[in-house]
Design a protein around this ligand. Sequence first.
Ligand code: FAD
Length: 381
Amino acid sequence: MKEIEKERQMIREAATKTAQKIIQPRAAEIDATGEFPWDLVEALGRQGFLSLLLPEEFGGMNGDITSFCSVVEEIAKVCGSSSLLLLAQGMGTLPIWLGGNSSQKERYFTQISEKNNLTAFTLNESIAGSDALLIKTRAQKQGKNYLLNGRKCFITHGSIAHLYALFASTHPRKGLDGISAFVVEKGTPGLGFGKKEEKIGMRGSVTTDVTFEDCRIPRENRLGEEGEGWKIAMDTLNRSRPAMGAQAIGIAQRALDYAIRYANERIQFSNPIASFQAIRFMIADMATQIEAARALVYQAAARIDARLEGKEKLSAMAKLYASDMAMRVTTDAVQILGGYGYMRDYPVERMMRDAKVTQIFEGPNQLQRLTVAYHLFGGDE
Ligand SMILES: Cc1cc2nc3c(=O)[nH]c(=O)nc-3n(C[C@H](O)[C@H](O)[C@H](O)COP(=O)(O)OP(=O)(O)OC[C@H]3O[C@@H](n4cnc5c(N)ncnc54)[C@H](O)[C@@H]3O)c2cc1C
């Protein structure tokens, strides 16, 4: 086995162990209470997973997108909220990785790896969801500073991050070319938060608005040049979308495993329901769709890691296919459990609720279809 494959294997095995030993016993409780699992931040940090994508020189694991996907998948098999924690961390660090200069990387990455600091990807606004042209958050240059004003909406790690990768308009008339990227640090005067959102799934993940009221940050906090923000945001999403697909696969895999076990044990008409062809075909379809999604997700990840062309289309396909698949598979798992599947005492309803957001977050699937079609009709990378 090549060195890199060995490393990836070790990382996946460490994730499986952490998931099964530390996270699985907490998963149902995290969902029931909706409390953010700070103890798991510690555990994930100890394993290095919060710094998975960071270079070794700054205390990171130097992991690639394939490893990022495998860790997210393994954790998602036991707890959607905990896998979203890792996904959001990756999304918050990637803009710095892509747009930061060496002193920004040293400053922020060291904070993340040494203190297990959380990050947030801060793009979405209430009226600017899919349509980023409507972004209203402003960053006005004032001498050596930028003055930030605006409100971001539904931000994962909203009120609990230490570093916010923010996308704001420096030149509103230039549209997407007028968007710039910044890092805003916790405690900066003028940085505030909305209420914690009550969600149907991923209930242990903190989602809040993030507000900027005359929030002043130094020019050194800008990532890349003015106007490069949209590119940094898109490059981030192209790299993180396979991991969103991996999250969907993890959730679906667990739902399938549970449904198989249940179908073997549940007796109706004097036979295990697993003996009925209707159930067997459902299970066969679920497993087939999971494997198809897995192949697509890791193909997209491999293409990104190999720096090959075509990553945008494959990333969109991976996120789109895997998340739609997870919604179908988890819904079918509930069906296989019958009335018990609808009850909170059984875990598959949680998986169905957690799966739903994978179709929405990181660009809803309708937008992913637009991206795929754009490339099929001749758009370029
Ligand atoms: C739990 C959660 C966590 C999140 N975390 C973050 C985060 O950390 N950072 C962040 O920046 N954002 C985050 N978001 C925001 C998320 O990315 C947006 O909700 C998402 O991009 C969709 O935007 P919207 O909700 O405004 O929907 P809208 O854009 O209003 O879309 C509504 C519907 O219209 C469809 N639609 C829109 N435009 C088109 C079109 N052109 N053609 C066809 N259909 C279309 C959409 O697919 C959707 O079905 C989070 C959201 C949730 C729910």
